[in-house]
Design a protein around this ligand. Structure first.
Ligand code: ATP
Ligand code: MG
Length: 564
């Protein structure tokens, strides 16, 4: 960005408008939000949308965001997920300061709120079986009916609830339910369960509890305890809102946070359901949660997407209540925009073809000068050793080229980027008939872009020294699914049938320019003419370096011709 330009204001959306109005009217002095993941899986790009919104609003308007683990389900949760989630949020560039909380931190207070409800005649212990409770609930078209236990006295309820807590009863024998209305059109309001008995230990509270609060009860009260002003969640919680408000009101919460819903992100050519992602990992369709093809944030990070590009993406997709089906290319474009500005350039040859420059002395090394970044002189210079034997891309040579093939062909000339023009004199084949090398001559008069006498050479190709380049493995990724909406075209909805069999291509004989001997894991480059690549984070130092392709370049040829 030019220094004189002020950054464009972020695009507005309905939640910004609500917040602005609340601050303007004095309803709130600051914005307090929370990001509330369940620690039962890794975060994905959909969560990034929620993180960006929840952390972004207090950042933009003043206030803070709680990083709260919604850990009310002791069975599915795991501390390794919690650690990974925190790393992902930090990686995205957000900071919760000292506001790392857990729903389980509030178990004692939640118990007290439940007792308030009981004392006010707004909750009761039900001893129907889970199956019966389901039966009594009714359907969307038929009202439910009251449980025979609904009219227990307050004293009896308090006593039973205490004994539930004390561990006197078996799992499933009793639950605590809100007393609202079994005929309510909104099923969430038909005396929802608030507490259930689960004699299992919890990864944070150990065996302190054998009753655990339900999500709907926990979430709104945790919001209230944290003084959340705007409880931002996805649309599937819209029908839970009346219950959210009811609990806060009836349990006499210290404040009444408001819930606002926005639509979930759906990214085409991938899946964002936790269940489906788990299935991909458990059935080994991918190499793990951090497989660079996964839409998980650890996968995206390992693939090499810069965090700035994810933030740009979140800003660009916006916030609304309408369906949010985003093409994968939107994410790729954000990566290109960020990487084009920041990534140092380098030469890599992925499918090498040997070229012998016959008029170049055998033991000579000529250091050619090139910019690290063509638009940013401050990034410095790099040196490319030119030697008699070099490697070019197999694709940059055609024995029988079509018209307008501006690369190498028998008798034709091409420029080695940042070097000289070479002409192909001879094609050498091995015993099987495969081309094994090209014998070329170079024109010493064509240094620094000078055109050879009387001719204009349009084509420019990248190259590396055959003797001074660095061996590397490169992994080319493509979309994980070949259908925009995986599974949607099959009657059984089986998304696995739409996996893209070519989503990964591993190239083991690649070469990098000489200067890339000690690249740091996680560093990103533009391999000129090929795309953006990232040194794999998992690669150990005693192995061949591995590069993951983040994204291809778009219009490589047009750009190259202009910038030289
Ligand atoms: P589960 O199916 O296990 O509930 P979840 O994807 O909702 O999975 P949570 O850990 O509950 O996972 O999500 C934390 C927060 O992230 C929630 O507020 C949720 O609304 C939000 N979120 C999850 N998926 C998306 C998505 N695709 N787009 C936007 N926000 C999302
Ligand atoms: Mg959820």
């Amino acid at each position: 960005m030019n220094e004189n330009q002020t950054p464009a204001p972020p695009p507005s959306h309905f939640i910004r408008k609500i917040i602005e109005a609340d601050l303007e009217s004095g309803k709130h002095q600051q914005v307090v939000t929370r990001f509330p993941p369940e620690p039962n899986g890794f975060l994905h790009i959909g969560h990034a949308k929620s993180i960006f919104l929840n952390f972004g609003m207090p950042r933009d308007y003043g206030g803070h965001c709680f990083m709260r683990f919604d850990d009310t389900n002791p069975v599915k949760e795991d501390a390794t997920y919690s650690q990974a989630i925190l790393e992902d949020v930090r990686w995205l560039g957000f900071d919760w300061g000292n506001r790392l909380t857990h729903a389980s931190d509030y178990f004692e207070q939640l118990y007290e709120f439940a007792c308030v409800l009981i004392r006010r005649g707004k909750a009761y212990v039900d001893s129907l079986s889970a199956e019966k409770i389901r039966e009594y609930r009714g359907t969307l078209t038929e009202p439910g009916s009251n449980s025979p236990f609904r009219d227990r006295t307050i004293e009896e309820n308090l006593d039973l609830f205490q004994r539930m807590r004390d561990g006197e009863f078996e799992d499933g024998s009793h639950v605590l339910r809100a007393k609202i209305d079994m005929a309510a059109p909104n099923i969430h309001m038909r005396d929802p369960t608030l507490y259930r008995i689960r004699k299992v230990s919890h990864h944070r509270t150990g065996n302190a509890w054998c009753i655990y609060p339900m999500y709907d009860f926990t979430h709104c009260l945790s919001d209230a305890l944290e003084g959340v002003t705007h409880s931002l969640c996805t649309l599937e919680f819209e029908d839970n809102r009346p219950l959210y408000d009811w609990v806060l009101q009836e349990a006499e919460a210290p404040c009444l946070p408001k819930q606002y819903e926005f639509s979930r992100l759906n990214l085409q050519y991938t899946v964002l359901s936790k269940r489906k992602l788990i299935q991909l990992v458990e059935e080994n369709h991918v190499g793990g949660w951090d497989d660079p093809r996964m839409p998980s944030l650890i996968g995206i990070r390992r693939r090499g997407f810069p965090p700035e590009s994810i933030r740009l993406f979140c800003e660009r997709i916006g916030i609304s209540k309408s369906e949010n089906n985003i093409d994968f290319s939107v994410l790729e474009d954000c990566a290109r925009e960020v990487l084009n500005q920041d990534a140092p350039r380098a030469f890599a040859v992925l499918k090498p073809l040997k070229v012998v420059i016959t008029n170049f002395p055998e033991d000579q090394v000529e250091m050619l000068d090139a910019p690290v970044h063509p638009q940013n002189p401050e990034a410095g210079r790099r040196s490319l050793p030119l030697t008699r034997e070099i490697l070019i891309e197999e694709d940059d040579f055609l024995e029988d080229p079509p018209r307008k093939f501006f690369r190498l062909a028998p008798g034709k000339e091409v420029r080695l980027r940042y070097g000289y023009v070479i002409r192909c004199d001879e094609v050498v084949r091995d015993d099987s008939g495969k081309i094994s090398e090209l014998r070329c001559t170079y024109d010493p008069q064509t240094a620094k872009g000078a055109q050879p006498e009387g001719r204009k050479v349009k084509g420019i190709i990248h190259w590396v020294s055959a003797t001074q380049s660095i061996p590397t493995e490169v992994r080319l990724y493509d979309r994980l699914f070949r259908e925009a909406s995986p599974g949607s075209k099959h009657e059984d909805g089986d998304f696995l049938r739409d996996l893209n069999p070519d989503s990964i291509q591993i190239l083991k004989n690649c070469r990098l320019e000489a200067g890339m001997k000690n690249v740091e894991r996680g560093s990103r480059y533009q391999f000129e003419r090929l795309g953006y690549f990232c040194a794999d984070l998992k690669n150990s130092s005693n192995e061949l370096p591995v590069f993951n392709r983040i994204v291809t370049l778009r219009d490589t040829w047009a750009k190259l011709a202009k910038s030289d």
